[in-house]
Every structure is written in C-alpha cells, then in structure tokens.
Design a protein around this ligand. Sequence first.
Ligand SMILES: C[S@@+](CC[C@H](N)C(=O)[O-])C[C@H]1O[C@@H](n2cnc3c(N)ncnc32)[C@H](O)[C@@H]1O
Length: 276
Amino acid sequence: MKDTLPSYAERLAALHQALEQDFRGIIGRLPWLGHESVVDAGCGDGFFTGLLAERLPEGVAVGLDNSPAFLLTAEERLQPLIDAGRVRLVEGSVDRLPFDDATVDGVWSGHSMQSYPDLPHALREFRRVLRAGATLAILETDNVHSIMLSWPPDLELAVRQAEHGQIGDEDSYIGTYFPRFAQRLLREAGFTQIAREYVLVHRQQPAGEQLERYVELYLKFLLDQTGPRLSDAARHRLAQLADRRSSTFLARQENFFFGSLQVLLTARAGGETNGD
Ligand SMILES: C[S@@+](CC[C@H](N)C(=O)[O-])C[C@H]1O[C@@H](n2cnc3c(N)ncnc32)[C@H](O)[C@@H]1O
C-alpha cells in the first residue's frame, strides 16, 4: 500500500485550483437530485468529493481510495463536511469495492481510469454496487487532447512524438485514451444509455498565478518524461518554455492559449448485475 503521495499529486492539485469553476460546472451537469449517496472512486485528495458534496446538499459523498496518503489529504481538505455528515472517506480498492450489491445511488470517478490496474474489472465493480438504473459518471481526458497549449508547433510535435512514441498494446493504454474505448467497455460491464459529452475548458492571457503554476509543472513533467528522447536543442527550448523566470515562459506569452478537452461519460446501471 502506498503511504506517500505520487509525484503527479502537486500537478493535479494545481490543475484543480486553476480550473475549479469549470469542474464545478461539469459536476453541475450530472443528473443526481441532491439526496443521493454517491461514491467518488479513486477520490485522491478529495477535490471532486468536495464538489460532489456541494452537488448533493441532502446526500452523502463517499470518497474511496486505496492510498492512505491521499485519504489523509482528503480528510484535511474536507473535515468540516465530514463533521457535518456530508462526506465519508473509505479506504478500499476498486478491485473489490467495500459495498454490497445494488446498494449505491451513484458512482463518480474523476481522472482515475489510467490508475486502475484492471479497468474492465473496476467497471464491473461499479456496476455491481450500483442500484439498477443508477448513474455512473466518469470524467476523463484522452491523453492526446488532454492539455493543449500555444507551443511552437515543431517543438510540440517533437515532444508529443517522444511522449506517445512507445505506446504499447491496447491493455496498457485503454485507461490513458479511455474516451476512445468507453462505449464498448461500459456496455460490456453492464451499462446502458451510455453518453459522452466533450467539454472544452480554455483560457487565454492573463493566465493567472494558478494556471501559470500548472503550466510550469506540466512542462517540467514533460521535460522529465521526454527529455532523454529529445535533441539537445529541443530539450533546451522546452526547459526555457517551462522556466517561470525566463522571458520565454509559455504561460506569459502574448498568444498564450490553454485548452483541456474534458470528456464526461454517463451511463445507467443495466437491469442485471452481470450485464444485459
Ligand atoms: C490520477 S488520481 C485522480 C484522483 C482524483 N480522482 C482526482 O481527480 O484528483 C488516481 C487516483 O486513483 C487511486 N487509485 C489507484 N488505484 C486504485 C484502486 N485500485 N482502488 C482505489 N483507488 C485507486 C489513486 O490512489 C489516486 O488517488
């Protein structure tokens, strides 16, 4: 069991801070009436659990994660809502959710598909615990469209080639490119009325402190990830784009653009626990 936060936690938290209103708007689209008990699977630091609690003023948001370190962070964030009985945090795995069959009013999972070791199995677990007809909502990105920036095009192509070049086989990437496979995977797990909504979250100048921080962390992450496969010149240019002290810092350029194509998937639990 992990007992420290993973290296992406700071970057994810910076993204949440920068785009909080957009994510609140996305949660606002969900069909829950407000009194349900909804599980936030893979809740991480509890960012979405808190937004779900806002969305469910008479219900309960149940954050579930298998990382004690993330659950501790979520507890610190959500203590007042926990005290008020509006949030519960549960340590457990999507491999075997700690809930009985057909007892849960809704499941939400945000940006976690690529973290689950056996994704088809996790989706069947979501189906098992949901009441028939209840809603599963998944927010994901497709890794190719996840973060769009106003890069110099030749540098972006070099970095993306290095990033996606070693793509592996389908089992290794269905989580990373989940929206491309969602329809089939959700149907096979026993869901019906599957819908996908694409939401473009975007910003221009001025980026603001929080988005600047995210862009810095994201570009530094790409530099770490792809640097060894880039030419010296490309690596240097990427480092300059990521450097907040440099006049070439991407987020302060006149033409700065940030976009993130978020994909909201919703589906209903079919009539049979083992699919229909
Ligand atoms: C990329 S993070 C997303 C966290 C959160 N949903 C968010 O959007 O901030 C993936 C989360 O899935 C959790 N996770 C990974 N495998 C899991 C499993 N088998 N069961 C439950 N949670 C898991 C990780 O600990 C982490 O919190």
